[in-house]
Structure formats: structure tokens, C-alpha cells
Design a protein around this ligand. Structure first.
Ligand code: AMP
Length: 564
């Protein structure tokens, strides 16, 4: 038995509020792993009980009511903040370290289910995460002792789960409206028409990583506070008190979920000996949160417009994904707004699980394709198979398919299916550099968002003086679609330093190329055009841990036991 047989790839939806882990069973179906609380999703909440003991999940969430200073949640929202840390017992933790604890809990639960140890994983992230957040998500996996084979966009994962499980999805354009606990993204996906191929192409995507179910909860919290003040005449600031504030937030989420099934709820709010009983109707809740919903519509309009520009005008299916789409207002208002204009009825689609399941499927595709490529390479002695005569090509491909199927104990049809699967993605951000235009500083985007990836863009610069020994460029990321944009519309990613030999004349041309791979990872390459020499660049997004920091954090992780 080959080593690979016992190795599975796991798909992890590392969510802002809840996370889930899935694998592909022997029938090729994605299965969610139930956690040790017997639930299919695990709250992404971390409770530092002591320096050595960290509790992740339901108990951590409940502990926040009594011990809020030791509990951290919504950490995914901090992935883009280079300076954010959570401090407890005089120790500070970066977002990737806290995310690693969540991943360790998920992997630990999966390890308990059988003989398969979790090692190779695909972790999902919001589509519009940039290089920094993606690298940090990858590092979180590494810190958790996992081998991250792919960082996959959440809507792509949902689309894979939809496209590969619905044979009637062929030739359809689908919009995925994903409203989770802390993030929103909306994506147009095109599913290829060829019956012998599985082609899933992302057309365009938009999103807001500060918009999710939490914001709906916050509206309820605000309402409770103001009603408490009205009823009691107290002007006390309940939210200034951490325990009461957490209690209110916790109750608000519970009440929001109840309002998905009931029309009215009552909530007792007590503070400093005063008590109020607050009533909230679904109608009032919907009214108070209409502005939030409108923000999702603005992005949906934008993505539909962008799809039209790319000649994807007809949308055949509208999928609602993410726990927050359980709120009745979402389906009702989305239908009202888009049902008639697009001529379709939005449908909930595997709301809590689509992303983890799609990630597991993507992992399987990744691994099987790689194994198939390796088998082909071994059979062609490293020669490119496309250069061989057709009959030889066919013969080798069949043998490689059969070997891979045997190694993985899969039907050959499954391996052929995977071989014919392609997932095409787009850049979800624009990447540029600081440049001067008519004497004014601008950000010149070398990669423009919504361009299919992998992609690259370049620009040639002249060295300032003779014998310069480096070029130092400031790299930016932004959401703009123009070639030139302003610095205040962009976020600085970091500095790229290109080392030169120091023997170039003044104004020597140096070509800088940005390469973005299909996982959203940015690499910078330089070319000294005078001598035709490639120049190495030192670049990593500011805020990404250094090798030494990773090693230190790995040691820190080893000291900590993760409890449920
Ligand atoms: P996700 O990130 O997709 O796991 O979604 C989590 C979000 O969905 C959280 O904000 C939850 O409060 C919310 N959610 C889950 N179930 C419901 C429900 N029945 N009604 C309203 N919101 C829900």
C-alpha cells in the first residue's frame, strides 16, 4: 500500500465566527466532520484559560461572559491589521497564532475520528484577502503543524461544491452571495458547457471583510442599550463594562437566530441593579439593519456590472451561502431586488458547509492531479507528454490514470473526471508601486483586479544615478480597477528591495515584474536590461512573520494544549 492511500486532504473553512472541517469519503463525496461537541461547526473563539491551556469552541464562547479579558473572537477581522495583538498573562499573540489554535482544535477533532491524521489541508479565506492576509492564513496552518497545500477563496470553494455536485450546472453562470459571521463576498462564477470537462471560472468578485452577521448583532446590541436607557432613565454605559457588553453581544446573536424562526422576542437587560424588558420584532430588526443589507446590494450590483463588462450578462442561478443568509430578510430582499431583474429565485445552498466541502474537493483535485502529473513524468522520462505522438500520449495517460486510481483506490472514472477539471480564478486585488506622473505621486497598478490568474504585469524604471546598488520600491494593494490610482486609496504592503551589482550607468533600465499566482501570492522579479540579468528581490508584505518569528511561535505552540 502506498503511503498516499492513508493520507487524506482536509478542507478547512476558517471562519470569522464559526469554522468547519471536511474530507472526501470513499464515494468521492465531501463530508463534514462532527466536532467533539457533536456539532458540525465550531465557534472560532479562543479562551486562554491559562498559559498552557487554551480552549477553543463552544466553551470558549460561553466563557467570554464570565472571563471576557481572556477570550478572543473575530480574529479573522484582524488578519489585515499589521499591528494587532491580543495580550493575556503578559504574552501577546498575533492573529495567525490565534488562528493556529482554532486550526489545531479542528484538526484534533478530525484526528479523533479514525486512522487518518490531519496533515495536508486546504484552508479557505475571503476572496478579497490580499497577499498579507493569505500569507498569514498559510502561516497559521504552519503553526498548527499542518501542511497547507492551498489557500482557496471561499466563493471558489462554494462554487466547486456547487459545480461539481450539480450535473445540471453545466453552461451556467452563477452568482454566489456569501454572508458569513464577519465577512461578505459576492462572486460571479461561470461553469463550462463541455460535458467531458469540469471548468469552473471565476468571472469577478467583490466583498467587504468588515461586514457580516456580527454587524447585525451589533444593531441589536445598540437597540437593547437604548431601550434599557429609555425604560430605566439610566444613562449608564453598559458597553463600557466588558462582561455586560459580552453578555449583550452573546444574547444578541442568540436573539437574531431566534428571529429567523419567530416574529418577536423579549430580552431582559439588567445593569447596575436596573432592569428592562425589551421587545424586538423581526420587522423592527429588519428595519434597523436595512442599511447593512444595502451595503451587500451595492457590492452585488457592482459585481453584476463587472460581469456584464466581461460579457457574462445572463445569470442562471443565485446561491445564498454563509450562516447569515438564514436571516429571512436576506432571501426575501435578495429576491425582491434581483429575482425579477435576473429572472431567477435565489436559493440557499449548503449554507454552513459549502465552503469546507468545496475546500476538501479542491484538495483532492490538487493532490490527484499532482500525482497524475508525477506518474506521467515518470513514464515519459521527464519528456513533455504533449511533444509525443498521439497514440503514445494516449497510452501513457491511460496507464498513469490507472496507476493513480490504484494508488488511491479510486475508480478510474473519478481520476479522469479530476484530470478534466480546471478551476480558473481572478486577481481579487490590484497591486501597484509608487510612481510619479506629471510630477505627482501616484500608485501605478501593475496587476489589475479581476484579471485571470496566474498573471503578471511589469514596468521599466531607470536607476537614479550611476553605480546604484539597489532599487527600493514601495508596493501597494488596492481595490481600484484603473492603471493609476491615489496613495490614499491604497494600502502599503511593504518595500521591495532589488539588489544591483553596483556597476550600472545612470538611468540603466530595470524591468520590474509583479507575478500573482492562482493562490493570490505575489512575487516580484527584476531584470537588469543592460546586462540581461535577473535581479533578486527581497519582498514580503509588512506584517508577515519572519522565519525566526515563525520558529519562535512554533515553540510557543508546542507548550500549549488545546482543549475543547
Ligand atoms: P458563517 O461564517 O457562514 O459560519 O456564518 C456565521 C454567522 O451566521 C454568524 O453571524 C451567525 O450568527 C449567523 N447565523 C447562523 N445561524 C443563523 C440563523 N439561524 N439566523 C441568523 N443568523 C445565523
Amino acid at each position: 500500500m502506498s503511503e498516499s492511500k492513508t493520507k487524506r486532504v482536509y478542507g478547512i473553512d476558517l471562519g470569522t465566527t464559526y469554522s468547519a472541517i471536511a474530507f472526501i469519503d470513499e464515494f468521492g463525496k465531501s463530508q463534514i466532520i462532527t466536532n467533539s461537541d457533536n456539532e458540525r461547526v465550531t465557534p472560532s473563539v479562543v479562551f486562554f484559560e491559562s498559559e498552557k491551556n487554551v480552549i477553543v469552541g463552544k466553551i470558549a464562547k460561553e466563557s467570554a461572559k464570565t472571563d471576557p479579558r481572556r477570550v478572543v473572537d473575530f480574529v479573522k477581522r484582524q488578519m489585515s491589521d499589521k499591528d494587532w495583538t491580543f495580550t493575556v498573562d503578559d504574552k501577546s499573540y498575533k492573529p495567525e497564532e490565534i488562528s493556529a489554535h482554532i486550526l489545531r482544535r479542528l484538526a484534533g477533532d478530525a484526528n479523533k475520528t479514525g486512522e487518518h491524521q490531519v496533515e495536508d489541508v486546504v484552508i479557505t479565506c475571503p476572496a478579497y484577502f490580499g497577499d498579507l492576509e493569505r500569507q498569514r492564513t498559510r502561516d497559521a496552518g504552519k503553526l498548527a503543524g499542518l501542511n497547507v497545500i492551498e489557500i482557496l477563496d471561499e466563493p471558489v470553494a462554494a462554487a466547486i461544491n456547487y459545480g461539481l455536485n450539480n450535473k445540471d450546472s453545466k453552461g451556467k453562470n452563477v452568482i454566489v452571495y456569501d454572508l458569513g459571521g464577519g465577512t461578505f463576498d459576492v462572486t460571479v462564477v461561470s461553469i463550462g458547457n463541455d460535458p467531458n470537462k469540469n471548468e469552473i471560472s471565476i468571472v469577478c468578485t467583490e466583498g467587504n471583510h468588515q461586514l457580516g452577521g456580527k454587524d447585525w448583532d451589533d444593531q441589536i446590541v445598540q437597540y437593547y442599550v437604548s431601550e434599557f436607557q429609555n425604560q430605566t432613565g439610566s444613562s449608564a454605559d453598559i458597553l463600557a463594562d466588558q462582561e455586560s457588553s459580552y453578555d449583550l453581544r452573546f444574547n444578541a446573536e442568540t436573539d437574531k437566530k431566534t428571529l429567523s424562526n419567530k416574529e418577536n422576542i423579549k430580552r431582559k437587560v439588567t445593569y447596575e441593579g436596573e432592569k428592562a424588558v425589551v421587545e424586538l420584532s423581526r420587522e423592527k430588526f429588519d428595519e434597523a439593519t436595512a442599511g447593512l443589507l444595502e451595503q451587500t446590494f451595492a457590492l452585488t450590483d457592482k459585481v453584476l456590472e463587472e460581469a456584464k463588462e466581461k460579457e457574462v450578462a445572463k445569470i442562471h442561478a443565485f446561491l445564498l451561502v454563509g450562516g447569515s443568509t438564514r436571516m429571512p430578510q436576506i432571501k426575501a430582499k435578495v429576491t425582491e431586488r434581483y429575482g425579477a431583474s435576473l429572472g431567477i429565485t435565489p436559493v440557499e445552498f449548503d449554507v454552513d458547509e459549502a465552503v469546507a466541502k468545496g475546500a476538501a474537493k479542491s484538495g483532492e483535485i490538487h493532490v490527484i492531479k499532482k500525482r497524475l502529473d508525477d506518474a506521467i513524468r515518470a513514464m515519459t522520462d521527464g519528456e513533455d507528454i504533449d511533444t509525443l505522438p498521439e497514440n503514445k500520449r494516449k497510452d501513457i495517460t491511460e496507464k498513469a490514470v490507472s496507476k493513480t486510481a490504484g494508488d488511491y483506490e479510486l475508480p478510474t472514472t473519478t481520476v479522469i473526471d479530476i484530470k478534466e477539471t480546471t478551476i480558473k480564478k481572478v486577481a481579487t486585488k490590484s497591486y501597484g508601486i509608487r510612481a510619479l506622473k506629471n510630477g505627482q505621486p501616484v500608485v501605478r497598478n501593475l496587476i489589475i483586479k479581476q484579471t485571470p490568474v496566474p498573471t503578471e504585469g511589469n514596468q521599466t524604471f531607470g536607476t537614479a544615478g550611476a553605480n546604484a546598488d539597489e532599487i527600493d520600491l514601495v508596493v501597494y494593494v488596492n481595490n481600484e480597477s484603473e492603471a493609476d490610482t491615489q496613495e490614499d486609496m491604497s494600502e502599503q504592503l511593504g518595500n521591495a528591495v532589488f539588489k544591483l551589482d553596483g556597476n550600472l550607468p545612470a538611468k540603466a533600465p530595470i524591468e520590474i515584474t509583479f507575478q500573482l499566482d492562482d493562490q493570490g501570492s505575489l512575487t516580484l522579479v527584476g531584470l537588469d536590461k543592460t546586462y540581461g540579468k535577473t535581479i533578486t528581490a527581497n519582498f514580503k508584505s509588512d506584517g508577515v512573520m519572519t522565519k525566526e518569528e515563525i520558529e519562535k511561535a512554533e515553540t510557543k505552540q508546542k507548550d500549549i494544549t488545546i482543549l475543547c
